[in-house]
Each structure stands twice: as C-alpha cells, then as structure tokens.
Design a protein around this ligand. Structure first.
Ligand code: ADP
Ligand code: MG
Length: 472
C-alpha cells in the first residue's frame, strides 16, 4: 500500500469515528469557502478506518470523484491529524447519504451496515508511494507562469538524478507545486515501475523523525529515505528552525545526492527567503535548479478552466467560464473552487447568469477581507518595497513611494475588496479616482514587469502566510 513506516495499530473503533470526523469537518469549515463546504463536505461521513485505509462516504460518485480530485491531500492530512494515525483515504459512495437533509451538522448518524452498499474505489491505482494518481503531467496546464518549472520537472522525471539535482520549485499557495511534484513521481513510475519514489510532506517527515527518536527507530527512518531513487519533499519551508530535521535532511540529502539519486523539493518561497535555515542546508537546496511558479494570467486561467471542464464534462457556457477566470485571479486552487461552486449550482438546475456568478464569486473572496486588515497591507507593502509607512501615508511623490502607495491601493481593492472610498481613506487620500488609476496602473505594470509581479506575489504570500504555517 503506501510506503510509510508501519505504525502499530492502523484500525480505529467505530466509536471513535464520529468525533474524529467531526474534528475534520470543523477544520474544513475554516479552510474552505462556505459554499464549498456546504456543497461537497456537509454530507460526508467517515465510514470506517481499517488496515490504515479510511473510507469516506459520499452521497454520489460525482461528489466522490470531485473530492478525490481536489481535496484528497487536504482531507487526508486533516484526518491524520485528528485520528493521530498515518491513514490513507479513499472516497466511497454511500447512496443512503442522499436521503439525508442537507445539513452541516457533523454529528449526523453513522452507518452500521457497511457491506451492502456499492463502493467505488477511486484511489487504488497508484497510491503506493504517497502519490496522488490524479496529479499527472497530462492534467497540468502549461503557461507562461509555470513553463520553466514544468519543463524542469519533466526533465527530472525522464532522467532522475541526471537533469537537475535538486530541483527546487517555489511559488505561492495553490499554484501547482504539489501537483507538479506528484507528476514527477507518477511519470518516473510509469517509465519504470521499480523506481523507488516517495512523496512526503515536510510535516510528515518531522513527525516521523520525532517518532523515530522516541522509538529508537532512527535506523529505520534513515533506511526508508536513503534507499530511495527519488525523494520528493513538499513544503520544505516548514524545515525552518527545526534543527534536528535539518541535520537529518542534510545527511539524507548527501547520501542520496552522492549516489546519484534525485531530490525534488517545493516551498512557498525561494531558499534565500527561508529564515532559520542553516547555511549548508540552504546551499544544498540552491545547488541544482531553482524554478518559480507565478500566479496565472488570464489566458492561463481560461486554459485551466477549459481543461477541467473538458476533463470532467462540466457543461459550463463560455461566458460563465470567462467570468470565473476574470474573478478568481491569483490562485489555481481557488480557481477550481470557483468552478466547483458554479458546477454545483448548475447541477441543481438553477439558471446561471454572468452577473449571478460574478456576485457569488466576489462574496467568497470576502473571506480574505475578514482576515487581513488595511494596516497589514500598508506595513507589509512598505517593508517589501523599501519605503517607510510614514512616507507611504504622506504626500511624498518620489517614484518609490508613489509605487508602494499604488500597490497598497491595488491590494486593498483586489484582495480585500475594499470600496474605492475606503481604499482611498486607508492611504489618507480623499479622491477615489486615485484608487481607480492606481489599480489600472499596477495591473498594467505587472504584465510587463516580472520583478514587480513577483514582489506583489510575495506581499500577498506574507499577508496570508499565517494560514500556511503548521501548528507547532
Ligand atoms: P500548491 O502546492 O502550489 O499549493 P497545488 O499543487 O496543490 O498547489 O494546486 C492546487 C490545485 O490546483 C490542485 O488541484 C492542482 O491540480 C491545480 N493546479 C495547479 N496548477 C495547475 C495547472 N497548471 N494545471 C491544472 N491544474 C493545476
Ligand atoms: Mg502544496
């Protein structure tokens, strides 16, 4: 099955299922948009956990496949946390769920007869080595923002250990890093089924390390990783400040590297920006190819929506697709979320209008609005663009100060959805046309100026990064 080191007991009693799943649902509620939760998660159940496989019941195959495609890893990680076991998950169909009233109450009754309903196992195929079989190169849309990273990933998958070593991919949340990492592993396996490849989130590595120390199982830990042909380590930024993990990673890295084995890592930022990283680890990470994935432009967003619609035969009209691509801008996960919201509405038979969809998507965008305050935008932007907050809020018009101010207005509008007037007031301006002008200017400049676009990506990342930090 999966290649984690065995843990003692992977079963869980029926009595424990309910609180465990309730806990997962609570976490999901915080993580995903309310409509997403209602549409896809509210009527799910944890049916059983047996032999390390958790079965999650969904009311129809459509929901099961959609959750499998889009939320497999998220749900798995949450479940692992809640159940405190290294389980794998599979979404199964439980038609009896369809009879339930639509409700987000996670304490709805559990099913006792679990053998009588048909199950569709959507995940059996290629789960062996921590890999999600849906994250293939075939399904990865290539555009300007990810071309280099994709090409490098392909090269590495074709010739592990020979092209770039390590391959370091970085970029903001939801831009396709994890997808690309899985694609490398899947492709390498396809070429040669004997390849020992393992995908592992850095947090998992950390947990295993802790367990390893406690159980005196360090040897096993080392052997697991050092025998690999391809080690794929995701979200390596979480290694920051973890001295033991860095030590272990450094040693593992050297062992693998010296025997020509491939290492692939992803992070939300480049090695140079990971703080509390030992110099020797940093220089190892920088020693191969460092490739970034940027936010997708409009054409790319359209291409992704079209690809998802074709792949899943979603009957979404062109005008609506365009609206989604216009509204959901800097994150592919959110783009998919937006599409799924629309698909869900369509499936109820409701009429879709461009305006209705636009309104709905704007509503879910307001989530960021609740979390980030204008002051945060001002201070973070000042910091990244090298001006003082005082200057930014003053009447100064030097090029740098003016640019920083415009970036603030742009983010206030685009990400926080602030009304024009409020955005103007936030930077101590009275004329709201200043804001309109700023947004237009920044949008235009971001197209031509990679450097600026990258800076703004970083600012956005920092503003939302408290979401991405693991509990420690
Ligand atoms: P990250 O690891 O950068 O946070 P993910 O790899 O988890 O992002 O991607 C988020 C979602 O967007 C996934 O469902 C993934 O399949 C999808 N996605 C990202 N990039 C692309 C792409 N270029 N083409 C198709 N789907 C993509
Ligand atoms: Mg990821």
């Amino acid at each position: 099955m999966h290649s984690y080191p065995p843990t003692d007991n992977l079963n869980i009693s029926n009595m424990e299922l309910k609180p465990v799943w309730k806990n997962v649902l609570e976490k999901l509620k915080v993580k995903v948009a309310p409509e997403t939760y209602e549409t896809w998660f509210a009527q799910t159940q944890l049916v059983e956990i047996e032999d390390g496989i958790a079965k999650i019941g969904c009311k129809n195959p459509y929901i099961a496949s959609m959750l499998e495609k889009n939320y497999h890893t998220m749900v798995k990680n949450m479940l692992r946390e809640s159940a405190d076991k290294k389980v794998d998950i599979t979404f199964v169909v439980k038609p009896d769920l369809a009879g339930q009233t639509k409700s987000s109450d996670p304490s709805a009754p559990l099913f006792e007869e679990k053998d009588e309903t048909p199950e569709i196992n959507l995940t059996q195929v290629a789960k062996k080595q921590g890999l999600n079989p849906t994250y293939t190169f075939d399904r990865f849309v290539v555009g300007g923002s990810n071309r280099l990273a994709q090409a490098a990933a392909m090269a590495v998958a074709e010739n592990p250990g020979e092209a770039y070593n390590p391959l370091f991919v970085y970029g903001g949340v939801g831009l396709g890093k994890t997808h690309l990492l899985h694609a490398i592993g899947l492709y390498a396996l396809e070429q040669n089924a004997e390849t020992k490849v393992m995908y592992v989130p850095t947090e998992t590595l950390l947990n295993e390390l802790v367990t390893g120390i406690r159980q005196q199982g360090m040897e096993r830990f080392r052997n697991t990783y050092r025998e690999l042909d391809i080690l794929i380590l995701d979200d390596v930024q979480f290694i920051a400040g973890r001295d033991t993990l860095q030590e272990e990673f450094f040693n593992t890295f050297n062992t693998l590297y010296q025997s020509g084995k491939q290492i692939v890592v992803a992070s939300d930022r480049p090695p140079s920006e990971i703080s509390k990283l030992e110099d020797r680890v940093r220089s190892r990470l920088e020693g191969g190819l460092v490739a970034d994935i940027a936010a997708p432009d409009f054409e790319m967003r359209m291409a992704i929506i079209n690809e998802k619609c074709e792949e899943n035969e979603y009957p979404i009209p062109e005008a609506i697709r365009i609206t989604i691509a216009e509204e959901v801008k800097h994150n592919i996960r959110e783009l998919e979320g937006g599409l799924m919201t629309v698909v869900a509405i369509k499936s109820t038979g409701e009429q879709l209008t461009v305006e209705g969809v636009r309104k709905l998507l704007r509503k879910s965008k307001n989530l960021m609005k609740e979390k980030v305050k204008p002051e945060d935008v001002i201070s973070t932007t000042s910091e990244y663009l090298g001006v003082t907050t005082n200057d930014l809020l003053s009447r100064r018009r030097t090029a740098e100060v003016a640019l920083a101010r415009q970036v603030v207005m742009y983010i206030l509008r685009e990400d926080l959805g602030l009304p024009l007037k409020e955005a103007a007031v936030a930077v101590k301006r009275t004329d709201h046309t200043t804001v309109i002008h700023a947004v237009e200017k920044i949008e235009k400049e971001m197209k031509d100026d990679d450097n600026l676009r990258q800076k703004i990506d970083e600012i956005r990342r920092t503003l939302t990064s408290h979401d991405a930090q693991p509990a420690s």
